[in-house]
Design a protein around this ligand. Structure first.
Ligand code: XIL
Length: 336
């Protein structure tokens, strides 16, 4: 009897809370007046199991990014063994809800399977090309923007000394953009970076890199700024930083915004968090060429922060019952 009850409770929990319309929204309608796509990362398991999660996702957002489902370790965990189910499900959902899709990510030093890392240089280059053609080709005309390379810089602003650089040299970045462009000439191709939101040595390095790529005719169209923020606020130089990239004729996008809060959260902290979210929205509105603002998840029920930053949480717009927090209201306000 107890076991049955426990199973029922578990099944109900897996379906997650139900969703009510959110006050002041939907965000996608507000943002569309400025021509800004408002997006979120999507958790594949929640998308599959939680009706309330799907409701909010479809109603509030005009852009989606797979949080993990298009990473190399997800789509080809062992050589030649492809798993497209989660990625396909997201693409299907987005299409039926008139949402743009940001493909994330083709080349990264993390979440790349061991079999790839172990390859000798010549084979690695061949497999990278095949990976890009296979994935971009599969979603040609459906995924409108790709994070072609992710986090290629070290904090010093020079190229990250990872297995890509060590085995293939700096040309891997050029190759990746050229191959992605060949696979889908209409896709908008981004370089995505962490910790380059402010004006700092890392964003200086990024600026020099994209300027050089453009000068060489490499098909890079945009720069993504992850914006994993804290209650310290939006970095003071972020607006000018995005503007200098836009002035190169590039699109700029805020790609993974969240605002982590030291636990336990309290009303004051959540109000401060709302202020940070509002500032970020205003920043995107103020920067010509800020094409999209994507949050890294929209409910505290599914956020990477408690795992990636122990002691922190409450990083998103809605609580774990899909109820709006001050952050949601601040985003609504800032979009008005
Ligand atoms: C994170 C996901 O949110 C986690 O679920 C996963 O375990 C690790 O990756 N920068 C990125 C994202 O570009 O892909 C990362 O996503 C967060 C940091």
């Amino acid at each position: 009897m107890l076991a049955v009850a426990a199973a029922i409770i578990k099944a109900v929990e897996e379906r997650g809370p139900s969703a009510k319309p959110l006050p002041g929204g939907p965000l996608r309608e507000l943002a569309s007046r400025d021509g800004i796509a408002i997006g979120t990362a999507v958790d594949a398991t929640a998308l599959r199991n939680e009706p309330g999660y799907r409701d909010v996702l479809g109603r509030e957002f005009s852009s989606v990014t797979p949080e993990n489902a298009m990473k190399w370790d997800a789509v080809e965990p062992s050589r030649g063994d492809f798993h497209w189910q989660d990625a396909d499900a997201l693409v299907g959902f987005a299409r039926s809800h008139d949402q743009k899709i940001r493909g994330h990510t083709l080349v990264w030093h993390e979440q790349t399977p061991d079999w790839v890392r172990a390859l000798p240089p010549s084979e690695l280059r061949k497999e990278l090309k095949a990976h890009i053609f296979t994935e971009v080709g599969r979603y040609k005309g459906q995924v409108g923007a790709w994070d072609v390379v992710n986090e290629v810089l070290a904090d010093s602003g020079t190229l990250r000394n990872d297995f890509w650089l060590r085995k293939l040299g700096p040309g891997y970045i050029v190759d990746a953009f050229r191959w992605a462009h060949e696979a889908d000439p209409d896709a908008t191709l981004y370089i995505n970076e962490i910790g380059a939101d402010d004006e700092n040595v890392k964003s200086d390095g990024l600026y020099k890199l994209v300027r050089a790529l453009k000068a060489q005719g490499v098909p890079v169209d945009g720069v993504g700024f992850q914006a994993h923020l804290s209650l310290d606020g939006v970095p003071p130089g972020m607006q000018d930083n995005l503007r200098r990239f836009a002035a190169l004729g590039l699109k700029v996008a805020i790609t993974e915004a969240d605002v982590r809060v030291r636990q336990p959260a309290n009303d004051m902290r959540l109000d401060v968090q709302g202020g940070v979210y509002g500032d970020l929205v205003r920043l995107c509105r103020n920067v010509q060429g800020c094409a999209s603002l994507t949050f890294w998840g929209f409910t505290d029920r599914h956020s990477w922060i408690p795992t990636s930053s122990p002691g922190y949480g409450s990083a998103t717009l809605l609580d774990d019952q899909l109820e709006p927090k001050p952050a949601y209201r601040a985003v609504v306000q800032a979009l008005r």
